[in-house]
Design a protein around this ligand. Structure first.
Ligand code: SAM
Length: 285
């Protein structure tokens, strides 16, 4: 396990992922019934943008920094507010020096009745995660393999909620593991919301993944992707995507509004390309 998210925290891929996560959570909050967030590859929970890792890559400057500085129309700002408010809360003096990871963002949107399980295997990140969230009685940080956790913790007792599956893609076969993990978890909990993150490095590989998912006989699968024209010179990461399974019914239209704005704000050259398509709709059987 060599991957350290501290090098990438707050980059364009995090902005897209965390925008989607926050919109899903806002939607879950609309009903009073409790929900659970299961974050299978949770990371450290908080990242120091002034630290050596973020300082080395400076990826956050083309991501969260651009978004925070952008002039946004009111309806766009309103949709992004839950996310941007959580980022602002980490930076009370107005300087952007800290970035909340997915478990911290989730915690910022949990209500008294909701719960978070955050899993992280890399020892230093797991210790940092524990320090970050363990004092919150609604959150549990667990040092466990995320793929094991995915099968162990679904379905949650609440029977409502979202599973974020955000592996580091440092080993071959992660696309296969995502598809297999989703298939098995969905069999146990077909009504859960699942968010599967993936990198866009090789378009053919992503297309094959999308075709495989479309054949899974799982209904309501939305593909959300943002590819930036000039990204990836150093990392090969030209874009990133999320598969949202059972997304809230408002998510498609919210992202139709938001993604072009995110693409414009975070592009260094020509505006990036957005993909928003249903891989499967209502009935997949
Ligand atoms: C992309 S990062 C997570 C970022 C985080 N979800 C966020 O959005 O803020 C992936 C994380 O998975 C961790 N990881 C790697 N292999 C794992 C495994 N088998 N189980 C759980 N976590 C793992 C890495 O240490 C890393 O912190």
């Amino acid at each position: 396990m060599n991957y350290r998210h501290a090098y990438h925290a707050g980059n364009f891929a995090d902005v897209v992922k965390h925008t989607v996560l926050c919109r899903v959570l806002v939607n879950l909050r609309e009903k009073p019934a409790a929900f659970r967030v299961i974050d299978t590859h949770a990371g450290a929970g908080r990242y120091d943008l002034a630290g050596p890792e973020a300082g080395k890559t400076q990826e956050w400057r083309d991501g969260i920094e651009r978004l925070v500085r952008a002039k946004l129309a009111d309806p766009i700002r309103a949709l992004l507010a839950p996310y941007l408010d959580a980022v602002a809360a980490r930076n009370p003096d107005g300087r952007l020096t800290a970035y909340p990871g997915s478990p911290a963002l989730a915690l910022s949107l949990l209500r008294r009745q909701d719960r978070l399980i955050a899993c992280e295997l890399e020892p230093r990140a797991a210790a940092a995660l524990k320090g970050e969230i363990a004092s919150n009685p609604r959150a549990k940080a667990i040092a466990i393999d995320g793929w094991t956790a995915l099968q162990a913790y679904v379905p949650p007792t609440e029977r409502r909620g979202v599973v974020l599956i955000d592996p580091p893609f440092e080993q071959p076969g992660e696309f296969d593991r995502l598809a297999e993990g989703l298939t098995a978890a969905h069999r146990k909990w077909p009504t859960g919301i699942y968010l599967l993150w993936y990198p866009v490095k090789d378009q053919a590989e992503v297309a094959a993944f999308a075709r495989r998912l479309a054949r899974l006989r799982i209904a309501k699968m939305l593909r959300v992707e943002l590819t930036l024209a000039n990204a990836g010179a150093d990392t090969g990461l030209r874009g990133s995507g999320l598969i949202a399974v059972n997304p809230p019914w408002t998510l498609h239209d919210e992202l139709k509004t938001l993604l072009p704005v995110l693409a414009e704000v975070m592009s260094r050259g020509p505006t990036g390309a957005v993909t928003l398509e249903w891989l499967a709709r209502e009935s997949a059987s």
